[in-house]
Design a protein around this ligand. Structure first.
Ligand code: SF4
Length: 209
């Protein structure tokens, strides 16, 4: 699909997505990024409690960390990244807090319901590269549970919503887990970010072509 046609199709999809109330336990509003016609899709877990008021994904502390990674490794600032890479998620509404205090992980039914939006986005964009951020997104993209140390730092060819795409896993940038701050996570994350920066689809996306 040509970029302007894809952008129009994404706008239509977003207007439907904004009205979605399919999950009774989820807390709105629906959060999504802009309709960026990109060969690269980033998939996060779900918005946190602050993203709804900002109206964009990764708008709070986890986002600050993640965009710092991209700034330091790819030399791209947050606004440019947001304008060049399509940001999706496994679930588009805030799941609420878990009993332990962190954000509740979306359950299987919620993931399944929200998958329909992702499928439609993938059909429009036909991406070449997917960045899976955090264990839930990694599980969905790689279609199996993976230990972070087995999957971060490699590029895998995976079937994804009817396509074959390259997939790169990144740890979740929230402060909830120190995995990416200590070895071997630190070195594996650096390797994964190098792979992101080297990938032809990412180079094209960042060049705006
Ligand atoms: S999580 Fe997804 S499917 Fe569920 S209500 Fe929000 S947008 Fe709809």
């Amino acid at each position: 699909m040509k970029p302007d046609k894809a952008t129009r199709a994404l706008r239509v999809l977003h207007s439907e997505l904004d009205a979605c109330t399919a999950c009774p336990r989820m807390i709105g509003p629906v959060v999504h990024g802009p309709p960026v016609a990109s060969p690269v899709v980033l998939v996060g877990q779900a918005p946190g409690p602050r993203e709804g008021s900002f109206g964009r994904p990764f708008a709070w502390t986890a986002g600050r960390t993640m965009f710092r990674w991209f700034q330091e490794s790819l030399g791209v600032d947050e606004e440019t990244f947001r304008a060049r890479v399509y940001i999706a998620a496994v679930a588009r509404c805030f799941p609420g807090k878990a009993s332990g205090g962190g954000d509740r992980r979306p359950d299987a039914d919620e993931v399944e319901r929200c998958r329909t939006w992702l499928e439609r986005e993938v059909a429009i964009l036909r991406p070449e590269l997917v960045l899976a951020v955090g264990t839930l997104a990694i599980e969905q993209v790689f279609a199996t549970k993976q230990k972070l140390s087995d999957v971060v730092g490699v590029v895998r060819r995976v079937p994804w919503h009817g396509l074959e795409v390259d997939a790169i896993a990144l740890p979740h940038p929230s402060g909830a887990s120190p995995w990416h701050k200590v070895e071997p996570g630190k070195a594996l994350l650096a390797g994964a970010l190098r792979a992101v920066g080297r990938h032809p689809a990412m180079r094209r996306a960042l060049a705006g072509s």
